[in-house]
Structures are given as C-alpha cells and as structure tokens.
Design a protein around this ligand. Sequence first.
Ligand code: HEC
Length: 329
Amino acid sequence: MAFSMSSLLFLSSATFAEEKRKLDPEKDKIYEHIIKPILSSNCTTCHGSSKAKGKIRLHNPEEIKKSESVVAGDIDESMMIERIMLPEDDEEVMPPEGKKRLSEEQKKMLSWWIAEGANFEKKISEVNVPEDIGTMIAAMDYSPPREIKKAFNLPEPPQSANDADITAIGKAGILVMQLAQDTKYLSANVINVAKSFNDAQVKLLVPVKDHLTWLDLSRSGITDQAATDLGQLSKLTKLHLENTVISDKTLMEIGKLENLEYLNLYGTKVTDEGLKNLENLKKLKKLYVWQTGVTQAGVDKLKSAVPGIYVNMGWQVPKQEDKPEEPKK
Ligand code: HEC
C-alpha cells in the first residue's frame, strides 16, 4: 500500500497511461478524442490555462476560437498550420526549437481537422475521412485524460507560479511540474538529487508555496533545520518525508499544514510526542509511521482527534486478543 502510493507520485500526468483504447469513429469526436490530446501534450504547457505565450491559449474551444490561429476550412490561412509546418530550425516553428516535434501523423491530423471545418462537436464518422487518415486513426490509441483535480479540495490559485522561481527550483535538480493540464498547482520531487538535497535547498520551494501541493523529499538529506521552511508550504496536500532523519521538531511545523491529506514518516525519528502536533490536521487521511518511535497508544490518541484517519504502522504481530475470529464457512 505504502509502496503503490509513493510510486504513483512519480508519474506525471503526461506519462500516466490508463485505459488505453482504440478510437470508435461512430462514437468518438474529432476534436475531443483526436485534436485535443495532440494540443494537450504538445502545446498547452505554453498555450493553456497557466500560460498564454504569444498571447494565445489552446486548451479549450473558446480559447482556440479567440486565438484566431485556426481558420475553419482554410489551412493556408491558419497560423496554427503555418507554424507547425515550418522547418525544424526555423525561429517561428511550433513547438519552438528544442521542444519535442510533432510527428507527421499529428501534423496531418491537425490539418485534416481544420480542412474539415475545425468543428468541435462532430463525431469522426460525421466528417470526410480520407483513406490515409482513416488508416492512421485505426492504428491510434486513445487514453482518457487523467482527472487529478479530484484528488484534493483546494481552490485554484488565481495566478500561475512565477517562471523565475520554477527555473531556480529546476536548476537545483528538483523535478517540478504542473500537477495536471487543468490546474496551476505544482508537484515537486527530489528523486534525482536525493543524496545531495539538503536543508538550504528547501528554501527554494518557499516562493512557490501557494502552488506546491505535492512534495516528495523522501530519502533526502533534510534534517529538522528545514522545519520552519516546510511549515510555510501551506498548500501541501501530500508530503513524503520517509527515510529522512527528521524528528518531532519537524512535526511541530508540519502541524501547521492544515491542508495535508497524506503524510509519510516511515523510517524517521518521530515519536508519540511529535504526533500530538498532527491533532489539528483535520483533513489528514493517511499517515505512515512504520519503523519510527510511534506506539499504538500514540496512534490511538491521534485517531480520536482526527476521525477517519488511516494510520499505517507496518506489519505487527497481532496480540492474542486482537486475533480475528476464524471466518465462518
Ligand atoms: C515551449 C513553449 C511553447 C510551446 C510548447 C508551443 N508554443 Fe506556440 N508560441 C510560443 C511562444 C513563446 C510564442 C510567441 C513567439 C512567437 O510568435 O514565436 C508562440 C506563438 C505561437 C503562435 C502565434 C500566435 C500569434 O498570434 O502570434 C501560434 C499559432 C502557436 N504558438 C501555436 C502553437 C502550437 C499549435 C503549439 C503545439 C503544437 C505550440 N504553439 C507550442 C511558445 C510555445
């Protein structure tokens, strides 16, 4: 359980493969199922809800129309097509030089959609499908977008995080990314630099405290010295501190993170005394304290303060009186 929760965190929304399936031209729509996924995975990080490079956004029909980059039925007049068809080393090519290129297939799909009227509602079977396009569609996989927002209950931040702050975090080797296409919230992990990651680097995260909602510092070199900085990351809903040397001192600050829903303290030096600081975290749903100084008594006390919390203490030898009855046949 603890394992699957933590590995889930490392998958970005773009790489998360779920329920891949083939397209059904009779049911699936040309925009929703073919065009939107292309734009979402290649364009909307710069032209989407959080950024509007070149003053255009391409993440929904309204914005695409507003952008005027698409002229229905006319690929020669459509700036979107002009830009994606430019040679790789052209200054104006989209996505810009250095970013992942569109495949020939994706370029053909965008051109076809615009030539067929850039419709946002029609099913694939309702437009003219030339043979080569039909063959490509038959070979394509469709993966429904991951609905990640439901994972936590926070209002969207009004503005996206400052680019310069994100760049500074990235330069320190911390992997920071948008949690999903449709949110300005960020996740960060130090998996690539865990060994060298230290207390001073936690300071880099404070400027994005209004956006950072998932943080993984497990196996890193942080100590209780980072506690006051951690205590400022008030939008955190998920925090991994497992296998670090932090102790009850850090929990005094963690106790201020009132949005926290998931906290992993496995293999740290925390005790029952520190756990008392978590009693005000009414949203806390999952806590991992395996291989720490925490005892059953400490867990019971926390459970009475935070109703519904699940606390994982790892595998324990059940006491005789706790043994479940033999299942009835
Ligand atoms: C890494 C960021 C980035 C990505 C990804 C990106 N763009 Fe852009 N785009 C820009 C920037 C910056 C500009 C403004 C400078 C310019 O016009 O070249 C721009 C400008 C544009 C313009 C011109 C807007 C105007 O009216 O002047 C179009 C059209 C466009 N992009 C389409 C796309 C499409 C389609 C994709 C995906 C296939 C895409 N872009 C991916 C950064 C990006």
